[in-house]
Design a protein around this ligand. Structure first.
Ligand code: GDP
Ligand code: IMO
Ligand code: MG
Length: 430
């Protein structure tokens, strides 16, 4: 297998960062293909914690090429801060090993203000976004008025682009009797930014094509998760990009057959941060225990994540829409010491059984989970690196999940540390 795509199969924070870092030892190139700095991907290497938002999770390893693809919305100031912070920690990062798609869309400061102001004004109906301007930036992209990385290289064009962009936004702001955006100040900050960002700008589609032709291994790193996908997720409580595996080719600029193996990252229970339906959510000492042992606090916003039982219906749906070949099951250790474990095997809605998550908002909010109860385990699985180190009931729990979601476990993660992983099948090998 030359190329592997890693995608979240739930509502994000499944442990993609750890798995991508682990897999990147086998890859030559790691490329992000959607999302932006709403992502928070955590790597723990010998106790040292790295939290990445825009940079691909292969950056910490030497001799890997890191690429931010055209499908990503890039806050250039946040990117520079992330690069600087990593450089200070001794990570080698320069335009030689980090490439930014020249056709990627920029997140500008007012995108964040709009995002946060809308959320504040939405009261109960708020989405619970990360407030990073992701939605407003993608809106400008599809409305064909966004500023892209390449625009920074042409100041005449940049003036026109900023005028067009603000023609729209200032009209809206005037209507709302809100303060308008100062075009001159925005131009000045973009001109100051340009020489710092442009050295990273690149035709990444060409570079990726060359890597593919030369038999290099490419690792595509997804952000968020299938249930946050703007088409396939719990709309409207989703992010503003396609998070499913099909986006890997579009968001990197490669052919649709560029991915040979799709690895779905799957937490051994379920979490969600932000608003929206969550059929297996708990609000009791069990969810509190999962939150504490799993340290379930948002990497980006610090918000506590909502916790609940494993939802096999939802993950099976993600397996299908993403074409997941195998999963990396993470955070099994968080379930240590629980007497019983429940897995959602179906839903009930208005007296009917369902084996899928319906699309309608009211149906998503109304489905009742049907559970199967399994025996838990008392021994610790934390740090286990072989199947033989796992209690029999833990193996049974994993096998049950595989059957229900119709996909095998390729990797099993048993702690935040890089090397605490059980390898069942190497996604990069044939
Ligand atoms: P991502 O957004 O999918 O990359 O996930 P996050 O980094 O936001 O959240 C996952 C959290 O779980 C991080 O704090 C990881 O260090 C941690 N983590 C990853 N794998 C494991 C695991 O197998 N066990 C435990 N206990 N923690 C893990
Ligand atoms: P990683 O890559 C978990 C959620 C937000 C909110 C919704 C929309 O770390 O798994 P946005 O700011 O994208 O407009 O917010 O999506 N969200 C995430 N939840 N993990 C993430 O990324 C997320 N990125 C966005 O909480 O509910
Ligand atoms: Mg995260």
């Amino acid at each position: 297998m030359a190329n592997v795509a890693v995608v979240g199969s739930q509502w994000g924070d499944e442990g993609k960062g750890k798995v991508v870092d682990w897999l990147s030892q086998r890859a030559d190139v790691v490329v992000r293909f959607q999302g932006g700095h709403n992502a928070g991907h955590t790597l723990v290497i010998d106790g040292e914690i790295y939290t990445l938002s825009l940079l691909p999770s292969g950056v910490v390893r030497r001799n890997k090429l890191s690429i931010i693809g055209n499908g990503v919305v890039v806050d250039p100031w946040a990117l520079l801060d992330e690069i600087n912070a990593l450089q200070k920690r001794g990570v080698k990062l320069s335009p030689d090993n980090l490439k930014l798609a020249e056709n990627a869309v920029l997140i500008l400061p007012f995108h964040g203000y709009i995002d946060r102001a809308r959320e504040e004004a939405s009261g109960e109906a708020k989405i619970g976004t990360t407030g990073r301007g992701i939605g407003p930036a993608y809106e400008d992209k599809v409305a064909r008025r966004a500023i892209r990385v390449c625009d920074l290289a042409d100041s005449v064009c940049l003036v026109e682009r900023v005028e067009q962009l603000l023609f729209h936004h200032n009209a809206v702001l005037r209507g709302l009797k809100a303060e308008e955006i100062d075009g001159k100040a925005l131009m000045a900050s973009l001109e100051e930014l340009a020489p710092k960002i442009l050295p990273y700008a690149d035709r990444v589609w060409e570079r990726l094509d060359a890597a593919r032709r030369n038999g290099k291994h490419i690792l595509f790193e997804g952000a968020q998760g299938a249930m946050l996908d703007v088409d396939h997720g719990t709309y409207p409580f989703v992010t503003s990009s396609n998070t499913v595996a099909g986006q890997a080719s579009i968001g990197a600029g490669m052919a649709s057959d560029c991915v040979d193996y799709v690895l779905g990252i799957t937490k051994a229970y379920t979490t969600r941060v932000g608003s929206g339906p969550f059929p297996t959510e708990l609000d009791n000492e069990i969810s509190q225990g999962l939150g504490e042992r799993g340290r379930e606090f948002g990497t980006v916003t610090g918000r506590p994540r909502r916790c609940g039982w494993f939802d096999a219906v939802m993950v099976r749906q993600a397996v299908k829409v993403c074409g997941i070949h195998g999963i990396a099951l993470t955070k099994l250790d968080v379930l240590d010491g629980m007497e019983n474990l429940k897995i959602c095997t179906g839903y009930h809605l208005n007296g009917k059984n369902m084996n899928y998550l319906p699309s309608a908002i009211s149906a998503q909010a109304g489905v009742e989970p049907v559970y199967k109860t399994l025996e838990g385990w008392t021994d610790s699985t934390r740090g286990a690196r072989s199947w033989a180190d796992l209690p029999a009931t833990a193996v049974k729990y994993v096998r049950h999940i595989e059957k229900l979601i119709e996909a095998p476990v390729a990797l099993l993660s048993t702690s935040p540390e890089r090397e605490d992983m059980i390898l069942e099948r190497d996604p990069f090998s044939d």
